[in-house]
Design a protein around this ligand. Structure first.
Ligand SMILES: [Zn+2]
Length: 325
């Protein structure tokens, strides 16, 4: 490739299936046990994503929460997604937003219980993990390695973690931040690589000097070059298309791989959800009309497919892991 040839990144499409109960839990709202109630993320949004991806001829990775798979209707939805060629990956069992401050035993349980639940629901074994709130810690990496997965996708390599956490506090009762320790990652995440790398649990934010069976492929979530601002689709919906187009153009110009995150709620209109934070910010971030959200999600997807080459995260990991040995 000549020096002036345009960058053609690998595009890893990823959808975090945070159900409404999990989003409410992040913001300290609702009852932690209300995950039994009907949930539009599974009842509506997954099918919408499947149709959207099918219309573009691409496949994606759905990060599912283990306990959702214990409900038969949700297990069926995931099973259908797997049957249509999509990847189902592990997004912890109970989505504890403070997973970054949990000890090894508790994190291990989150990873293994979700592996079992997703395997039982879909008949396939997850190959990748993303922790709630993008928390990458030695305990997370250790647990994912022990469970035999091929990659971790927890790292959001941003310097803005503190500000994102404070902004999230605006949605919480009284602005309280207790219980969100570690959300958006450790301070070291701001200096971690923005491209995929092999890491080991002794220092998960830096590439291993000699990748081995003790190290795992870390696939960071896409951020803008230099300022390292998050660009995932919920941010795009909040900030609008003009900002998003410029940000994604910059990402695709420089990154060798773009792990782009959608959330289930990105394809739900404000009138299809209940119990989410309101106010000016809540309306901007969560409660916009479905048609507007769908337009931005479609534009984001089209831009990514125009600039890069789509590949499933698990297939990307297989290719990169073959380079390790
Ligand atoms: Zn999540």
């Amino acid at each position: 490739m000549s020096e002036n040839a345009p960058n053609v990144p690998a595009v890893l499409l990823q959808v975090d299936l945070d159900s409404l109960w999990a989003i409410r839990q992040v913001y300290g709202l609702g009852n932690p046990d209300d995950f039994h109630a009907d949930d539009p993320v599974y009842d509506l949004a997954v099918e919408r994503f499947l149709d959207l991806f099918e219309s573009r001829g691409v496949r994606a990775t759905f990060f599912a929460i283990g306990r959702d798979c214990l409900i038969e209707s949700r297990a069926c939805v995931l099973s259908e997604a797997a049957a249509r060629g999509h990847e189902i990956a592990n997004h912890s069992h109970t989505h504890p937003i403070a997973i970054g401050s949990l000890g090894l035993d508790a994190v291990r349980e989150e990873v293994t219980a979700a592996q079992e639940a997703i395997r039982a629901a879909t008949g396939t074994t997850p190959r990748g993990f993303r922790s709630p709130g993008y928390a990458l810690t030695p305990e997370v990496l250790q647990s994912v390695i022990e469970a035999g997965l091929d990659y971790d996708a927890s790292l959001l390599p941003t310097c803005a973690a503190r500000w994102l956490r404070l902004a999230g506090g605006l949605f919480r009762k009284g602005g309280r931040l207790s219980g969100t320790e570690g959300q958006y990652g450790a301070p070291q995440a701001g200096r971690a690589p923005t491209s995929p790398y092999f890491a080991d649990p002794s220092d998960p934010w830096n590439p291993s000097l000699a990748p081995s069976s003790r190290s795992l492929l870390e696939i960071p979530v896409a951020v803008t070059p230099r300022l390292r601002l998050p660009v995932h689709c919920s941010i795009a919906i909040g900030l609008g298309w003009a900002w998003t187009r410029r940000a994604l153009d910059a990402v695709c110009r420089e990154a060798p791989a773009v792990a782009y995150v959608f959330h289930g709620i990105d394809l739900l209109g404000g009138d299809e959800t209940t119990g989410l934070p309101g106010g000016v910010l809540g309306r901007r971030a969560f409660l916009q009309p479905y048609e507007r959200k769908r337009r931005i999600v479609g534009r984001v997807l089209d831009l990514l497919l125009d600039r890069g080459l789509p590949i499933l995260s698990r297939d990307f990991a297989v290719v990169r892991c073959s380079e390790k040995t």
